[in-house]
Design a protein. Structure first.
Length: 263
């Protein structure tokens, strides 16, 4: 299946920052479970009827196609990810006759997700505005994990720990080959491609496909450690132990090719 990460909000798992519209969404079978379906997948039949009737559309419910293992073979399935409006509508039409308490719980969960997402979005805007678009969803997940680890649901939109986070991640991803000024290779390459940091056209060709995968590996490790570390110092020490002291990975920076148009 497509890799979509979720977080529990008041008893229901929601995906935050995983879709291009930025809206929190719930997986169909998770909604079915929350509503008390004996077979949560059965909710897909209701969703498909409402889609066919025009009461819902793909902006309300994003279909995601993938393959799942059945124990005998893998089969292709379509699962649906619902916005708050779609989830409430489907709940009101379900055979479970969802009571007011369930609906209030669903509204409260989405409200908590919006609060969580708003701070992540603001940190991205202020501290990560010059990063390639390909890495921003990854940083979004990592930031959310660090906020939870630090217990900072409320706080400044440009916290000190976030300001150097991208540089640390790139250094861990591409090695710590520093020059006499303390600049890592990735930073030197970016500076050579972008001599005018105030320019509206930024060359992101330094980030190859292999480099993007390595950045994702480091960020996924950071997410995992954020779930287990007690505080920022422990998280940073774990990441340093895991990633520092490695030779520069030239394959990730050599002969870069452009991933897309400059942003």
């Amino acid at each position: 299946m497509t890799e979509i990460t979720t977080k529990a909000f008041l008893g229901i798992e929601l995906a935050v920052g995983c879709f291009d519209d930025g809206r929190a969404r719930v997986r169909d079978i998770e909604l079915g479970r929350f509503l008390g379906y004996a077979r949560p997948r059965k909710i897909r039949e209701l969703i498909e009827r409402e889609l066919a009737s025009g009461n819902l559309n793909d902006s309300d419910i994003r279909p995601v196609v993938g393959r799942v293992e059945t124990g005998v073979a893998s089969v292709e399935v379509t699962e649906y990810w619902l916005t708050e409006e779609a989830a409430l509508f489907v709940s009101s039409r379900s055979d479970t006759k969802a009571g007011a308490q369930v609906l209030r719980g669903l509204i409260a969960a989405y409200e908590a997700a919006r609060h969580d997402s708003a701070r992540v979005t603001k940190i991205l805007e202020l501290c990560f505005q010059n990063e390639p678009r390909q890495v921003k969803p990854m940083f979004s997940r990592l930031i959310a994990g660090i906020i939870r680890m630090r217990g900072e649901q409320d706080g400044p939109a440009n916290p000190a720990w976030a300001r150097g986070l991208a540089q640390m991640i790139y250094r861990w991803a591409f090695g710590d080959d520093l020059n006499e000024d303390g600049e890592p290779a990735e930073q030197r390459l970016r500076r050579s491609l972008n001599p005018d940091p105030s320019s509206s056209r930024v060359d992101y060709s330094w980030l190859t496909d292999d480099g993007l995968r390595q950045v994702e590996r480091v960020i996924q490790c950071g997410e995992d450690y954020a779930d287990t570390a007690q505080d920022w110092a422990e998280w940073r020490d774990k990441m340093r132990h895991r990633w520092e002291g490695r030779p520069l990975q030239l394959m990730f920076l050599g002969s870069p090719r452009r991933l897309g148009a400059a942003e």
